[in-house]
Design a protein around this ligand. Structure first.
Ligand code: PMV
Length: 322
């Protein structure tokens, strides 16, 4: 089989509103985080070398086994499984002689979508190397398959935002809708340095819901109503209001037990330093907080976040779109 040199990439993502409630059918809004990326280079390998995936950052190379072979390891799920899905989609029955090299600037297990971005970039690289570049509409369900292995019951929000690289208004099982952002939205993304498993926090919210649906259903519905308002605020450029909605969303996530003292502290520090609003983003209990800032407050808020313990602070702008 002829293979050629190719690359595949994909960005990170941040959830602006609606995480966790989205699992229960409420809407959520997410945006790509272009400041971080996965980049995969594919190059032809020696005859009979098979398909290998190297991760120089971990000093690791894995071989992608026969397409029917599976394994329970996290590295298999993250690297080999997406490559297998790409080959299956192309109806290729045996691994080609292809060497992939993966480089990522997306921190893992911190709610920035590293798993979905890794899968998207690997599948893009494999398909392009086999001279069949994959369209986003075909890629999205494949990345969702990979997400299922990572998270169990993912909503589909991560893969959709990362594959299409645009702000999305997302309801589980419904076609993705675009969000027509009216004014630039500048956010600071502060990493708490605490890694946290989305599978665990999603499971804990499920247990809470099962134990007391009469108490939890209204919380989920309030998050959904707030996401609806947030979409209107994004589409009209009402940024002060948007900030207030972020604060409310964070408080409701706290009721779902998925915030933590560290995340609360980071959000409070951002607000005290002049952020328009702040919340955690993603699965919770670790990972990142996002703070909405105007130009005058970006630097002082970033400094306050570092002071409060953030291990890194990225700045990103969601640009106006039609
Ligand atoms: O931790 P992340 O970035 O994968 O986000 C999880 C978002 C949840 O709503 C908690 C789960 C989901 O599947 O949408």
């Amino acid at each position: 089989m002829r293979v050629r040199t190719a690359t595949g990439h994909a960005p990170g993502k941040i959830i602006l509103f609606g995480e966790h409630a989205v699992v229960y059918g409420q809407p959520a809004i997410a945006a790509p985080l272009l400041a971080v990326q996965v980049r995969v280079e594919a190059a032809p390998a020696a005859p009979d070398a098979g398909l290998t995936i190297a991760l120089p950052a971990l000093n690791t190379t894995i071989a992608v086994p026969d397409l029917t072979e599976s394994s329970e390891s996290p590295l298999f799920d993250a690297l080999a499984y997406p490559a297998q899905l790409a080959l299956r989609a192309l109806r290729v029955t045996a691994p080609p002689d292809l060497a992939l090299t993966v480089r990522s600037t997306i921190p893992v297990a911190s709610g920035l979508g590293s798993g979905a971005a890794l899968a998207a970039a690997i599948i893009r690289a494999v398909c392009a190397a086999l001279d069949s570049p994959i369209a986003d509409d075909a890629l999205n369900p494949l990345v969702y398959e990979v997400e299922k292995r990572h998270h169990g019951t993912p909503s589909g929000l991560d893969n959709t935002t990362i594959v299409y690289e645009r702000p999305v208004y997302f309801v589980r099982g419904a076609p993705m809708e675009r969000v027509a952002v009216a004014r630039p939205v500048t956010l600071l993304v502060a990493d708490s340095g605490i890694s946290s498993s989305t599978r665990v926090t999603v499971g804990d919210v499920r247990a809470l819901h099962e134990a007391d649906p009469a108490r939890i259903d209204p919380v989920l519905a309030r998050i959904g109503a707030l996401v609806h308002e947030a979409r209107a605020a994004l589409e009209t450029g009402a940024l002060v209001y948007l900030g207030a909605l972020m604060d409310k969303n964070h408080a409701l996530l706290d009721v779902l037990t998925v915030s933590s003292a560290e995340l609360d502290r980071l959000c409070a520090a951002a607000r005290d330093a002049g952020a328009l609003g702040a919340k955690f983003s993603g699965g919770g209990r670790g990972g990142n907080v996002i703070a909405l800032v105007d130009a005058a407050h970006a630097d002082p808020v970033a400094a306050a976040l570092r002071e409060a313990g953030a291990v890194s602070v990225l700045q990103t702008t969601v640009e106006p779109s039609g």
